[in-house]
Design a protein around this ligand. Structure first.
Ligand SMILES: [Zn+2]
Ligand SMILES: [Zn+2]
Length: 235
């Protein structure tokens, strides 16, 4: 058993990085082969204000919730919340597969860079914070790890301490739709002034935008003028 494990370690050192999905040899960054990359559930048509998927034949840039007032200055999601993006995110959050944060962050970064002119990019990236108790339980914040990769792709700073989660709220997905708004209201607070006038909130999965909206409220109270939303997957 021990020898088998060592064989695998030596083998991976010789053959180099492997695809996070099929284990075939892959480039180091992002560690996903071109075949698996093409099979990911890329989100090609989405609302520019909240990243909600739009029908392929939609004649509009914004969903009905974002007309006339978009929920966010700009919003980009790389993927539909479908397999295997869902699996990559779950393994990152619940099994500590940190390599997945690098892959997902790089793929999202490429998406954003392609969709946003340099002058329209936010000036700082704010990952959705975990409550200190949640951070202790998990040991890391997946949104921060993803934002760190975006920071490299977009050449913008990540400011993980700009905001804090001041209430330890249960995950939104565990609650009935009717109580989700109250669950996150007032959940966030900024420690000081907003890190920039234009900031991007970064999260792994966005389902209802309520969590991001609650964080946006806190950032606006701290002086942010424009708030963009970046997420790996949009449900
Ligand atoms: Zn692969
Ligand atoms: Zn929208």
């Amino acid at each position: 058993m021990k020898i088998d494990r060592w064989c695998k370690i030596v083998q991976s050192a010789i053959v180099g990085p492997r695809c996070v999905l099929c284990r075939a040899p892959a480039p180091l960054d992002p560690a996903i082969c071109s075949g698996c990359r093409a099979e990911l559930p890329w989100l090609d048509r989405a609302c520019a204000g909240c990243a909600l998927p739009l029908p392929g034949d939609a004649q509009t840039t914004h969903c009905r919730h974002c007309r006339p007032t978009p929920r966010f200055e700009h919003a980009v999601a790389a993927f539909h919340y479908d397999e295997p993006a869902r699996w990559l995110i779950a393994r990152l959050k619940f099994n500590g597969a940190l390599a997945h944060a690098r892959v997902l962050g790089d793929l999202l970064g490429t998406r954003i860079a392609g969709a946003t002119p340099e002058s329209e990019r936010p000036d700082a990236l704010v990952p959705v914070p975990l409550h200190p108790a949640g951070l202790r339980r998990r040991g890391f914040n997946q949104a921060t790890l993803i934002a760190e990769r975006l920071a490299q792709a977009l050449d913008r700073p990540v400011t993980p301490r700009a905001a804090a989660r001041v209430r330890d709220t249960p995950p939104q997905r565990e609650l009935p739709a009717g109580s989700r708004a109250a669950n996150v209201r007032g959940a966030f607070a900024c420690r000081g002034p907003s890190p920039a006038a234009h900031v991007a909130i970064v999260d792994d999965v966005v389902t209802t935008t309520r969590t991001a909206a609650a964080l946006a409220d806190a950032l606006r109270r701290a002086g942010a003028q424009r708030i963009t939303l970046y997420c790996v997957a949009r449900a």
